[in-house]
Design a protein around this ligand. Structure first.
Ligand code: SAM
Length: 205
């Protein structure tokens, strides 16, 4: 696969950033003391999207230590509106406790998990879907098939870690089959460093 980035310098900086921790991966960052695996440049973009769409619900696949859920809940706190529903197949009692965060334990693509999410996101209002759990292309494709129907026009989709290949291939397969529901939002890549090249999408139908 060629680089998903627009130019060579961005590709090199991305590769350099990811290799910083003795080649094991990107440097750890924290939000209010909790680890998050996201790129700080992407978190800035998350903040812009959350402010712009004012989501009633943010659905996140892949909680891990809860730092990204806490980041999003903190922005929602400032807005005074919205909840984060975050899913992971591993339970972890040390995740942040926050009144806007609801944790679901389960495999994101199991139908019981999807039903639990549907039950929790009943109110009207905009939705933002963040896929950041399994990065295998078939998993991402299945997740999109299961969760994209929960989104409507003006909602928002972020497929994380398209820089790794698998999530981008899953997204491409989904977009080939369902071509009229999303458009890419390339403006979100203007800070150059992102883990989600081609992974920011507006829902249009
Ligand atoms: C990349 S980490 C999430 C990082 C987190 N969103 C952050 O930014 O800090 C991926 C998480 O997805 C979980 N995971 C992987 N496959 C999953 C699946 N099929 N269903 C639910 N959780 C899954 C893993 O347990 C792991 O905690």
């Amino acid at each position: 696969m060629g680089s998903p980035f627009k130019d060579e310098l961005t590709t090199k900086f991305h590769d350099h950033y990811r290799r910083q921790t003795n080649g094991e991966g990107p440097p750890k960052i924290k939000w209010l003391g909790y680890d998050t695996l996201k790129c700080p440049m992407d978190l800035w973009i998350y903040q812009e999207i959350i402010y712009e769409i004012q989501p009633r619900y943010i659905i996140e696949g892949g909680t891990c230590t809860g730092g990204s859920a806490l980041f999003m809940a903190t922005i929602l706190d400032v807005l005074g509106y919205g909840n984060v529903v975050t899913i992971d197949w591993d339970a972890d009692e040390f995740r942040p406790k926050h009144p806007r965060i609801q944790y679901i334990t389960g495999n994101t693509i199991h139908i019981e998990t999807v039903q639990k999410v549907r039950d929790l996101v009943q109110d009207p209002g905009r939705r933002m879907l963040v896929l950041d759990d399994g990065h295998d292309h078939d998993h991402v494709y299945q997740e999109l098939m299961l969760y994209a129907p929960m989104l409507r026009a003006e909602d928002y989709l972020i497929v994380e870690d398209t820089n790794l290949g698998g999530p981008l291939w899953g997204l491409e397969r989904f977009l080939q089959e369902i071509p009229d529901k999303f458009v890419r939002d390339e403006e979100r890549e203007r800070l150059l460093l992102t883990f989600n090249p081609q992974g920011y999408l507006k829902c249009i139908a």
